[in-house]
Design a protein around this ligand. Structure first.
Ligand code: NAP
Length: 441
């Protein structure tokens, strides 16, 4: 079993980008990929919408992205399919298909999806014998053949363009009269001599004699048999991220994982990026943007979780992970007051960076510096456990960064286990005694 801070599942453009940032930040991270790195772009011949590259093959872009991430020291495991992910306390337990188990504080899911099937007779039987979902993989087997591409989106048109290198005749079979593919792709493909549209038409059956020889389509109510040796099906894409999870993970009706603007799913520490996430555009550019946001947030989440766990060593780990999501960050300048004695308090504080002093004013009005607090220390619990009144002031000695936890999250952590409550009450009692006794530490 290996323990990581971050596990990235899926090595397409999104996963490789997350990996690049994780490696550059020196995170204890691994990227797990079921096949070879590259993901969906390995199935794409030419990519012409990656800024800075007018035209690059999918394979070349995948190699460059993987090489770039590895150069910064990313650990990549290929042909390492993940079977299941579940939550145990603050950790994600990642079980591999071979039974190996990894754990991580955060997981980035960048597994994309798989092609949707037409669901017609012959599709399953002839898969690999003329039925394909990847022109780049299989197109070259059909030199000089008549082929059909099914679908009207970007994939159908892009893959169709690739197939024109080999096809004598290429039929574009689409269920509607209009296509949703980008105009530039439509102009290019439909302007070619060997391309013929069959629209609006539904494929009813794929048949042959061991290998594909024809497709039956229904156009305007009439059944037509179209002789082809290959059928390339691009009718959309089914996200697969959701299938990895044993716990409930929020998804839309089509199975895309739902996230907030930081790519966080409903499970603390689990992020979804790229094509498996609910979003407007499934593009390489948006996938890498998702991944950048996710990994920067995950880095922050992991650091905050570790601080929160040190502040509540006996609390339920799951409660601490949940509370970590609700933390806010407060940055204060040297000399600035964070809390005032006598005011009402609704927050608990954990110091991430810097030094602050706790100052108590006695009944005679004399200030006494009780002690200083630094990285990893916390304060503010006395008011939250008691009547809500601050018993001392806290002032920043140096510029400081503090995590702020609201009353609700604090209460949930305190009540997560009897040991957690005992521990935090004992700490508060110690501090009250300290205030009464004064003294500097
Ligand atoms: P898509 O955009 O969802 O298009 C699927 C096509 O298949 C649609 O034309 C749809 O018809 C048709 N279809 C769906 N179900 C069907 C069925 N049961 N029978 C017959 N036809 C059916 O899928 P995609 O082309 O795979 O693209 C997926 C995403 O990746 C899109 O967001 C796309 O923009 C993106 N992508 C981008 C590029 C690029 O060059 N930038 C390249 C590839 C993919 P209707 O139109 O009638 O719904």
């Amino acid at each position: 079993m290996s323990d990581f801070d971050l596990v990235i599942i899926g090595g397409g453009p999104a996963g490789l980008t997350a990996g690049l940032y994780a490696a550059r930040a020196n995170m204890n991270a691994v990227l797990l990929e079921a096949k070879d790195v590259g993901g969906e772009i390995l199935n794409t011949d030419l990519i012409e919408d990656w800024p800075g590259e007018e035209s690059i093959t999918g394979r070349a872009l995948a190699d460059r992205m993987a090489g770039h991430a590895r150069k910064f020291g990313l650990r990549v495991e290929t042909y390492a399919p993940v079977e299941k992910v579940r939550t145990e306390g603050d950790r994600k337990i990642i079980t591999m298909a071979d039974g190996t188990v990894h754990t991580a504080l955060a997981v980035i899911v960048s597994v994309g999806g798989e092609p949707i099937k037409l669901g017609v007779p012959g599709e399953v039987e002839y898969h690999g014998r003329g039925v394909s979902y990847c022109a780049v993989c299989d197109g070259a087997f059909f030199k000089g053949a008549d082929l059909a591409v099914v679908g009207g989106g970007d994939s159908a048109f892009q893959e169709g363009l690739f197939l024109t290198r080999f096809a004598k005749k290429l039929y574009v079979v689409h269920r509607r009269g209009e296509f949703r593919a980008q105009a530039i792709l439509q102009d290019r493909l439909l302007g070619m001599d060997q391309v013929e549209m069959i629209t609006p038409a539904q494929v009813r059956e794929i048949g042959g004699n061991g290998d594909v020889k024809w497709i039956d389509v229904v156009r305007e109510g009439k059944l037509e048999r179209v002789p082809v040796e290959g059928v390339f099906i691009f009718i959309g894409f089914k996200p697969v991220g959701r299938q990895l999870f044993e716990d409930h993970i929020d998804h839309d009706p089509s199975g895309y994982l739902v996230t907030d603007q930081y790519m966080q799913t409903n499970i603390p520490g689990v992020y979804a990026v790229g094509d498996t996430r609910q979003q407007l555009a499934k593009q390489i550019t948006t996938a890498v943007g998702d991944a950048t946001t996710a990994v920067l947030h995950a880095e922050r989440y992991i650091e905050e979780l570790k601080h929160a766990e040190r502040a509540f060593p006996k609390a339920e780990r799951a409660a601490v992970a949940e509370a970590t999501r609700a933390l806010r960050t407060l940055r204060v300048r040297a000399g600035q007051t964070v809390i005032r004695q006598g005011e009402r308090g609704e927050d608990f504080f954990i110091v991430m960076r810097g030094t602050l002093e706790i100052v108590h004013t006695d009944v005679a009005g004399a200030d006494k510096m009780v002690r200083t607090v630094g990285e990893g220390d916390s304060f503010g619990e006395i008011a939250l456990l008691g009547d809500g009144t601050r018993t001392a002031a806290v002032r920043a000695v140096t510029d400081s960064e503090i995590l702020v936890m609201g009353r609700d999250a604090f209460s949930r952590i305190v009540s997560s286990s009897p040991a957690a409550r005992e521990e935090i009450e004992a700490r508060a009692a110690e501090r009250i005694a300290e205030l009464r006794g004064g003294g500097v530490r």
